[in-house]
Design a protein around this ligand. Sequence first.
Ligand code: FAD
Length: 406
Amino acid sequence: MKTDILIIGAGPAGTVAASMIKKAGLDAVIIEKEKFPRYVIGESLLPRCMDVLEDADLLKAVEKQNFQKKYGALFVRGKDECLFNFSDQHTDGWSWTWQVPRDEFDKVLADEVEKMGVDIRYENEVVDIDFQDEKQIVKVKNSDGEYEIESRFVIDASGYGRVIPRLLDLDLPSSLNPRSSMFTQVVDVNRSNTEVDNRITIIDAEPGVWIWIIPFSNGKTSVGFVAPPEFFEKYQGSNEERLRQMLADQELTADRFKDVEYAFDPIFIPGYSIAIKALHGKGWVVVGNATEFLDPVFSSGVTFALESGWKAGILAARMLNGEKVDWSEAYDKHLLQGVETFRTYVNAWYDDKLQTIFFAHNINPKIKRQICSVLAGYVWDKSNSYVRNHRNAVDTLVSLIKEGAI
Ligand code: FAD
């Protein structure tokens, strides 16, 4: 079998890439090792996602699902609160997005691109690729055995599978300190259906330890801890016993999550951050989580998955349609602009600098709007000095607050 572009993985990065390829008049095949719907973590989107979904003709299908709308994000430390409202931001972008159970969200996107004519082969796994000059021979395994697909170009959207990084030895340890996560979804019987209770909340629990609360429209809520490995070692027993104890130990979660039913046994992910040596090569590009994953604190994972899948789909189609594409300039540089901006904010969160800004009581509204746009995922808007000069802007602001100048 032959195709123009073979995509590994039917997560958001893969399906958005497929849509852009189809729109450009080329054929795409997605090889997906799981059967959908399948669970994956990453449930809070950023407004930037909406622009990409719209351009990929996928927004309307998601709109029909009645997912929980997300208008902003609330950060809490003890009695201090900082609310970012996406309607009050620097960039002229979307003022809302969604909080989504990913099994449902990813299936909607996959079903939609199937309707566009993309061949999605579930329960098929890419096991090897023979990279050649003008074609790539992709080896696929399923319950009947192995077969090959000849493709002019391969997009690796395999997320945590990291197919091409593993085959070409591209994985790099992350520059960030090791952190782990434990999470589940609960039947959130103590939540009232108000904007306040339905809002995503990030609790800065203790140094280096934070909790997410992401309510869904189906009555369930995703709740998870992120912390250094030593934090999790303090808790003994089954994962459920450990997570129940962690939630009980925190003043801000103890009551709401006491005795609630868990939708599944909590999942523990040790050391989730990873980096990569190269984002593209001859005949291939890596997108989404298969590239670099920083940290979940600002919910940027799906935004990067969509942005990179969208960009890679457009560029790959252009190239196969005869245009010259400078991948380093048009893809790597674009993606890294966003990654580096978020890296500054992730580092500043773990250095406690961002909390100095978030919980300062008299922060200038213009500055807050600029930071809000970063948190909305508009990290390609260079008119925003908190994007353009991200590191200096954050450091200078923290110094001014500490000196009492603000
Ligand atoms: P995925 O959605 O993982 O899809 C990859 C697909 O590839 C899978 O379906 C898989 O089955 C398939 N695959 C893998 N290997 C193969 C193979 N060999 N052959 C065929 N198919 C294959 N992001 C957010 O935006 N918001 C959040 O709130 C958030 N919270 C997070 C919390 C934690 C603790 C962690 C670790 C991450 C979080 N993320 C979050 C990040 C998010 O999980 C990812 O960024 C996102 O799922 C990436 O999407 P993707 O399309 O790249 O990959």
